[in-house]
Design a protein around this ligand. Structure first.
Ligand code: DLZ
Length: 173
């Protein structure tokens, strides 16, 4: 990237940057966004936020694939499948678990987070975690475009940054 990075201070002795970090340009990057249909009123807003971030950061329409899955439970297997195609640089996962309305909430949440993490480790492809776990519908809505921002946007931003960081680390190695 050409953008100035605040954290790339120069080491006074060696004249090298002391921090390496990803940029926020998505140009030339390919993404899969996996979104759960359960609680779609909210997950649709997360998707909107994620796409807003990806497109406005320079991703091309053809380079973003959206996969819809029934619920959060299905996210890990879909993530692993798409990650293993080698056709995407990062995956954005989006879902909503509501404690009051989800049977075996802890068990589902643990498995979903573990599964997404495992797919990330196995494939080496960044998986941004945008699965909300909230006590109430209101808390979830607040994080999907009301008073606490949009976690879909944030997850997409993290995905872009990590692809950029991976490329930089790869270029220096
Ligand atoms: C079954 C279920 C329940 C009770 N709650 C949620 C939820 O809050 N959020 C969500 O994304 N999915 C939920 N699901 C559906 C499961 O994720 C899964 O789709 C089904 O159990 C079928 O495998």
């Amino acid at each position: 990237g050409t953008a100035f990075s605040f954290w790339e201070w120069l080491d006074p002795l060696k004249g090298k940057p002391v921090a390496l970090e990803g940029d926020l340009s998505a140009e030339g990057m390919r993404f899969a966004v996996i979104v759960a249909r359960w609680n779609a009123v909210i997950t649709d807003r997360l998707l909107q936020g994620a796409l807003d971030c990806l497109y406005r950061s320079g991703a091309k329409r053809d380079d973003v694939q959206v996969l819809r899955v029934p619920g959060a439970w299905e996210i890990p297997s879909a993530a692993r499948k798409v990650a293993k195609t080698g056709k995407v640089d990062a995956i954005v996962t989006l879902g909503v678990l509501l404690r009051g309305e989800t049977a075996h909430y802890e068990a589902i949440y643990n498995e979903v987070s573990r599964g997404i993490g495992q797919s990330q480790q196995e494939t080496g492809i960044p998986h941004a975690f945008g699965v909300l776990t909230c006590e109430t519908l209101e808390q979830a809505l607040d994080r999907a475009g009301l008073k606490a921002g949009n976690k879909g946007f944030e997850a997409a931003s993290a995905a872009i940054e990590m692809v950029s960081l991976h490329r930089k680390v790869g270029a220096t190695a």
